[in-house]
Design a protein around this ligand. Structure first.
Ligand code: TMP
Length: 217
C-alpha cells in the first residue's frame, strides 16, 4: 500500500511520518519510509540543487523537471520494488507537491504537470494521501520558531504559500476517495493519533476487500 503525506510548510509532516512508521513496524508491517525530493542517492543529489538557496536563477520549468527526475528515479529504484514485495510505502511528499507548488503556486499549466507526472511515474498513484493542513502564515511561523533549515521554496512570499494550500484543497476536492484532511494545527500527539487511526482504518478496509476477493473467486 502506497501512502503519502502532503501539506504546506510547517504542517509537521516529517515529525508525524516517523512515529507513524514506528507504530506500523511495531504492529508487524514491513514499512519503507522515504521522502521527495530525494529517497535515492541520485534523488538526494537533485534535492541539493533544488533546495540550494543560492540557486535564485532557477527557471520554473527547470525546477519542475528536476522534481520529476528525482521522482522517476525514486519510483523505479525504491517505490515500485517495495510495493511489489508487499511492503507499505510511506512517502513524505510525492506528485501532489508538484501540482500544489509548481502548478497552483508557480502557475505552471496543470495538464502539462499531469502528463509530466504520468511520464515520470508510469502512472503510479498513492492509495491514500493525508493532507496535513495548516494556515500558510501559521505554518511558516512554526518553521521559523522550530529553527528548521529554510529551503529555496520556504523563502517565497506568503501569497505563494497561500496558493499552495488552496491548491491542496482543490486537489483533494477533485479526488476525495484518495485524500484525508487532517488538521495539523493541534498538538502533535493529537495529530499523530488521528494519522494512525486513518491509516489503520484504510489497512483494515483493504484487508476486507482482499478477503472478499478470495471469497468471490
Ligand atoms: P520539505 O523537505 O520541507 O518537505 O521540503 C521540500 C520542499 O520542496 C518544499 O518546499 C516543497 C517543495 N517541493 C516542490 O515544490 N515540488 C515537489 O514536487 C516536491 C516533492 C517538493
Amino acid at each position: 500500500m502506497f501512502i503519502t503525506l502532503e501539506g504546506p510548510e510547517g504542517a509537521g509532516k516529517s515529525s508525524q511520518i516517523r512515529p507513524l512508521a514506528s507504530f506500523l513496524r511495531e504492529r508487524g508491517y514491513d514499512v519503507l519510509l522515504t521522502r521527495e525530493p530525494g529517497g535515492t542517492s541520485i534523488g538526494d543529489q537533485i534535492r541539493a540543487v533544488l533546495h540550494d538557496t543560492a540557486n535564485t536563477a532557477m527557471n520554473p520549468t527547470t525546477e519542475v523537471l528536476l522534481y520529476a527526475a528525482s521522482r522517476a528515479q525514486h519510483v523505479a529504484e525504491r517505490i515500485r520494488p517495495a510495493l511489489a514485495a508487499g511492503r507499505i510505502v510511506l512517502c513524505d511528499r510525492y506528485a501532489d507537491s508538484t501540482m500544489a507548488y509548481q502548478g497552483y503556486g508557480r502557475g505552471l499549466d496543470l495538464d502539462d504537470l499531469r502528463r509530466l507526472t504520468a511520464y515520470a511515474t508510469g502512472g503510479l498513484t498513492p492509495d491514500l494521501t493525508l493532507l496535513l493542513d495548516i494556515d500558510a502564515a501559521r505554518g511558516l511561523a512554526r518553521r521559523r520558531v522550530e529553527g528548521e533549515e529554510m529551503n529555496r521554496l520556504d523563502l517565497e512570499a506568503l501569497a505563494f504559500h497561500q496558493r499552495v494550500r488552496a491548491g491542496y484543497h482543490a486537489l483533494m476536492a477533485a479526488d476525495p476517495a484518495r485524500w484525508r484532511l487532517i488538521d495539523a494545527d493541534r498538538p502533535p500527539e493529537i495529530v499523530q493519533a488521528e494519522v494512525r487511526q486513518v491509516v489503520l482504518e484504510r489497512l483494515a478496509a483493504r484487508r476486507e476487500s482482499a478477503d472478499y476477493a478470495d471469497f468471490a473467486d
